[in-house]
Design a protein around this ligand. Structure first.
Ligand SMILES: [Zn+2]
Length: 396
């Protein structure tokens, strides 16, 4: 049993004196107003945060691409150059550091949208999953729960072959991709999911084959991050990216659309990555339904900032406040992110995975907070994160 001074069980208020009984890697019961017993946790206890969209290797670009002019498309060239430098050992080391930074920020689950599969010439390593296994081992070292969204990526753009650094992303066909991914197994803290890179990287029939192969697993895809993707897609297919994905059956399963910045259609679930979207001058998305959050390029790893940015960016665009309540932004960071990555967690309730974090309410940022839930979203910083538990085990 652990006993929390205060805990966020959902809604705008905190519960006091909450006893959480653990059973293996899950929560057996949650009782507010309990007498102190077992391990005592100070501050506020929350479900652990889900980082629903990460490219760990893009951490290499931090501090290298922020200065100067350009667009998403010029940034993409720098990203390709970074991707060209990786090998499995170097990737394991890099991803371990990135995931450790995530844990320190209260992230207990990461969705790694993984497409750097093969050697720089596009040839498979002796183990064709060497790069994916490097990511899996990195997550295990850091202690974080992982959904590996193994990505099918076959074209450099609509009707364009993979070229240069992109060659290592490609498996040649959906069948070869699916066979390679089939050699990876789930584990206690590992789920193998799937991703279709985008309508730029896969033709409609290939998207349909990926959707078919991904049945029963989370499926993610980048969608309309840039207006140019919409224009190219409309020109090639006479349909928007969302329509192409829907016609291919991608939206029928457990689907999450990444970014969805320039869409007007409704989607079952999206994942916003505000710190990256602002860095790349993508625009401001306006989610109509449930949304998760992701650190994407990992130039910044701060779940609180991702959460508050959803609301604050809307304020700048609309001239109005109050689009999302703080507790809804916390739900995006927790329950919706867990759902997007295929795990039953992200909430302090009986039956959920025992993944949780504590936040220090005595820090200079949070001291004397009256509306603690509002202050968590609008003032907290990763430095305020205290303990971190994954699957009933303290990892920090
Ligand atoms: Zn991405």
């Amino acid at each position: 049993v652990i006993w929390c001074e205060r805990a966020w069980l959902g809604g705008p208020d905190l519960a006091d004196a909450v006893a959480i009984e653990l059973d293996g890697d899950r929560i057996a019961s949650v009782r507010p107003g309990a007498e102190p017993a077992g391990e005592r946790l100070a501050g506020v206890t929350l479900p652990g945060f889900a980082n629903a969209h990460s490219h760990a290797f893009q951490r290499l670009l931090r501090g290298r691409t922020q200065r100067g002019r350009g667009s998403f498309w010029t940034w993409r060239e720098a990203m390709y150059a970074a991707a060209a430098t990786l090998d499995p050992d170097g990737y394991r080391e890099l991803a371990t550091a990135v995931f450790a930074e995530m844990v320190a920020a209260g992230i207990t689950l990461v969705g790694e949208f993984h497409y750097v599969h093969h050697d720089p010439d596009g040839k498979p390593y002796a183990d064709p999953n060497a790069m994916g296994r490097a990511v899996i081992e990195a997550a295990a070292s850091a202690g974080v729960r992982l959904t590996l969204l193994d990505t099918c990526y076959l074209h450099g753009g609509i009707g364009t072959e993979l070229a240069g650094a992109q060659r290592r992303f490609g498996d040649g066909s959906v069948e070869t991709w699916a066979l390679r991914v089939a050699a990876l197994d789930d584990g206690p803290r590992l789920r193998i999911g799937a991703a279709a890179h985008s309508v730029r990287a896969l033709a409609p029939d290939e998207l349909a084959a990926v959707a078919e192969a991904a049945r029963g697993r989370p499926l993610h895809a980048h969608v309309s991050e840039q207006p140019r993707e919409n224009e190219e897609c409309l020109a090639a297919y006479g349909r928007t990216p969302v329509q192409v994905l829907a016609d291919a059956g991608c939206l029928d399963g457990d689907f999450t659309a990444i970014h969805a910045t320039h869409t007007t259609e409704s989607l079952p679930r999206v994942c916003l990555c505000p710190t990256t979207e602002r860095d790349l001058a993508d625009g401001v998305g306006r989610p109509a339904g449930p949304f998760a959050l992701g650190s994407d390029s990992n130039a910044v790893i701060d779940p609180f900032e991702e959460a508050r940015a959803v609301e604050l960016d809307q304020r700048l665009v609309t001239g109005e406040r109050g689009h999302h309540e703080p507790e809804d932004l916390l739900a995006a960071l927790t329950a919706t992110g867990y759902a997007a990555l295929g795990w039953d967690g992200g909430a302090l309730r009986a039956g959920a995975l025992a993944d949780l974090v504590t936040v220090d309410l005595g820090s200079v940022r949070l001291r004397d907070a009256e509306d603690v839930v509002g202050s968590l979203v609008y003032a907290a910083h990763p430095a305020d994160v205290g303990r971190v538990m994954v699957g009933g085990e303290w990892i920090r």
